[in-house]
Design a binder for this molecule. Structure first.
Ligand SMILES: [Fe+2]
Ligand SMILES: [Fe+2]
Length: 196
């Protein structure tokens, strides 16, 4: 496998794992809150929702659309239908997240029944996202591996690796790595590394 091909695929899989971990965390912590084994930490929950909006939604999915999907479309029509489905799932993300924000806000305001509503919304979102990530890894990536050229992988790897922030000098992914680690540190054990 070419260096840029394995680099691109590794970055995509790692970003999927980070997104999946945060979503699982949200789901598992809500169960703990409902069972009254854990106090609700609204700041942590808003940070996790922010992470999903700012990183996967603003950086990961658009780069798939603009680079991975676009290049694959140029090389073969075989992935067209799959790409259309995945692209419309990307388009549905902001509305799905808005639903989580609404229910989280209602829960914070003490609206009756809002914890159950939030749990249902999060469970739907988790299923939706897992299906999306699995389809990309099990169906889209194998097609990409079969049809993309080395020059495509070079461009895709560069796009995924490059999130330079000109103001801080650090890369945007460094900032999100820090945010992700902060989330894990503040999440109580055994889900995270924080005090139980
Ligand atoms: Fe995606
Ligand atoms: Fe993805």
């Amino acid at each position: 496998m070419s260096d840029s091909k394995s680099q691109a695929i590794n970055i995509i899989r790692a970003e999927h794992r980070a997104l999946g971990a945060v979503i699982n965390n949200i789901k598992a912590m809500l169960q703990e809150v409902q069972a009254q084994r854990m106090a609700m930490d609204f700041r942590l929950f808003w940070a996790m929702v922010y992470y999903i909006a700012a990183f996967p939604d603003r950086l990961h999915h658009p780069k798939e659309d603009d680079w991975l999907f676009a290049r694959l479309k140029q090389r073969t029509p075989l992935a067209d239908e799959l790409i259309n489905t995945l692209h419309s799932q990307h388009q549905a993300e902001p509305a799905a997240l808005a639903g989580i924000r609404r229910d989280l806000g209602n829960f914070e305001a003490g609206v009756p029944g809002s914890l159950e509503a939030l749990q249902a919304t999060v469970a739907n979102y988790a299923d939706f996202t897992w299906t999306h990530l699995r389809t990309e890894e099990n169906e889209l990536l194998p097609l990409a591996e079969a049809h993309l050229l080395t020059s495509d992988w070079d461009a895709i790897a560069q796009a995924f690796a490059q999130n330079a922030d000109p103001l801080t000098g650090s890369t945007e992914s460094d900032v999100f790595d820090a945010l992700f680690h902060d989330i894990v540190k503040r999440t109580p054990a055994p889900l995270g590394w924080g005090a139980a």
